[in-house]
Design a protein around this ligand. Structure first.
Ligand SMILES: Nc1nc2c(ncn2[C@@H]2O[C@H](COP(=O)(O)OP(=O)(O)OP(=O)(O)O)[C@@H](O)[C@H]2O)c(=O)[nH]1
Ligand SMILES: [Mg+2]
Length: 172
């Protein structure tokens, strides 16, 4: 794969599947282990779930976001709850991408996860993925290559795929 200058930071709760997704996106075979600190891996910055779960770390998230072009908000499809505060993505001035993980799981409720992400990302793409079967991964790689929200929007609409949505809230 071509080396990218663009970079994405992954945010999401403990066990949401950030590190597994990182490895799948980078084509690594090894199983993910618990993330203890920021991990810079090629074009991905993986974070420990604690960063998103504990507001004490928000300062770290803000600081790290300065080093990336995109922030990926990871929502576990098997979890009823979301830990992102509403509109969380608008507080970080970076291109947002919503990612639903574990779509393959029998416990997955993809619709619920998408609904949760719509509240976090008022305007931006949402990708439905599974690190296990590779679903949606190519869309993430492509989206991180764009430098404008409008470009991501045009791409998402062009793909016309059930695994790639573009959210636009109709009210302000
Ligand atoms: N079924 C299924 N399980 C997954 C998938 N991705 C991750 N998991 C499982 O989810 C669990 C947590 O995955 P991690 O990638 O370590 O989660 P994380 O978000 O990096 O967690 P922290 O490092 O603690 O923040 C593991 O048991 C994975 O096997 C997936 O696509 N499908
Ligand atoms: Mg991890």
């Amino acid at each position: 794969m071509k080396k990218k200058k663009n970079r994405g930071m992954l945010l999401g709760s403990i066990g949401a599947g950030k590190s597994t997704l990182t490895k799948a996106l980078l084509g690594e075979e090894k199983q993910a282990v618990k993330t203890q600190a920021l991990v810079y891996n090629d074009w991905i910055v993986d974070t420990p779930g604690e960063y998103t779960e504990n507001p004490m770390y928000y300062k770290n998230i803000m600081a790290t976001s300065l080093e990336v072009t995109h922030v990926l908000f990871i929502q576990d499809a098997t979890k009823k709850k979301t830990i992102f505060p509403p509109g969380f993505s608008t507080g970080l001035n970076k291109l947002p991408i919503g990612v639903v993980t574990k779509a393959d799981s029998e416990k997955a409720d993809v619709e619920r996860a998408v609904k949760q992400l719509r509240k976090v990302i008022p305007k931006g793409p949402i990708v439905i993925t599974s690190a296990q079967n590779g679903e949606g991964l190519a869309y993430i790689r492509d989206l991180v290559g764009f430098n404008k929200l409008e470009e991501m929007e045009a791409y998402a609409k062009d793909q016309a795929s059930d695994e790639l949505l573009f959210n636009e809230t109709l009210y302000k």
